[in-house]
Design a binder for this molecule. Sequence first.
Ligand code: AMP
Length: 420
Amino acid sequence: MTQPTFSTHLGMVDILPDETPKWQKLEQIIHEEARKFNFEEIRTPILEQTELIARGVGELTDIVTKEMFAFERGDDHYVLRPECTAPVVRAFVEHHLDQRGGSQKLYYIGPMFRAERPQKGRQRQFHQFGAEILGADDPIADVDMIALMMSIYNRIGISNTTLKINSVGDPESRKAYKNALKDYFRPKLDQLSDISQKRFENNPMRILDSKEEEDQPFIEDAPIITDFLNEATAAHYTEVKNHLDSLGISYEEDPHLVRGLDYYTRTAFELISPDLGAQDALGGGGRYDLLVEEVGGQPTPAVGFAAGMERLLIACEELDIELAEPKSVDIYIVTIGDNARKWALKHLPKLRNADISATMDYIGRSVKAQMKDADRENARYSIIVGDNELKKGKFTLRNMKESEEQALDFDAIIKKLSDQ
Ligand code: AMP
């Protein structure tokens, strides 16, 4: 075999035809569940203004400092979107979606881009589905959002998951907490990892998110945010937990869950799968009550989640969940000679119009090779069409699995296949 001249960029993955049925099925499930929860789909461009992402996601986050695919063209600064909350919020503000009335319940599916070091469950182009509720402060919104996320996993059959929740506080409680964290980490600063030392000054909460070995003992004993919540924020968090209890959604409180993006306030959550290995987060989200204003809109409380589709599919593989049926076609028309080929081309639409999937050979193969091809295509039925069959108007319909045959005219074939 010759070496191919071109390949995808590092961390960019082709989804090949053997894989696409799973993706289509997953997308179908997401659309169906979102409809049940009365969410509407939104599709935003892949390219956004760099400044939107920097401000929306946070200047000091890993995504913005290290992982953006960004470029300039003329005076414009473009970035391939690394996530979709900031773009959805931009669209909400730009198109005054608040004027549609009530809270806006939106969801999206699509590719995101982050220049991370690729490994299992981590790519540079990956896919997320996610949802946002804009304009609702009530803890019921947080919980209905979590319920939507969980219902998608449950429907797929991934039920062995852990939902971790926390409250990351409102700006007032966060200020007090950040000071307490700094007081705690300051005397230990030179024992922390380089990355945590860098985060200390501007973003000490992110130290809690560190995966570095040397930070772990210090993180374990660090003060926890829930001790610093003001009354209103604590009450909101309690209600979220009460509503989760009432829905029978089990959760673990994780006081060190801070999430990587700057815009979160109050409720934060993450869904973890033990079947994923090192990259074990299926998805996560939380409240971002300050983001709409940050992007130029009116103050608007909001909550959302984003979930990785590659990781969901890896979890399916680990759990032997077959999302999609193997490929198949209802009928393969095997042709002998030119008349039969022309006849087949004209009759394929009649089958397809009756919602029967149908195909034929395009490259003049022998009958034997066409039968082999029909097997490879996993055809449920085949018919062999030659001059004799055309003269009689009767065709032998072969059930490929059971090797049964029946002579029928074409209309009877359509009827038989559409009845099944
Ligand atoms: P985040 O937007 O960082 O909260 O990520 C939400 C979810 O997207 C994660 O829990 C993962 O399932 C998925 N995800 C994030 N980054 C990647 C990546 N580089 N490759 C694959 N999946 C990812």
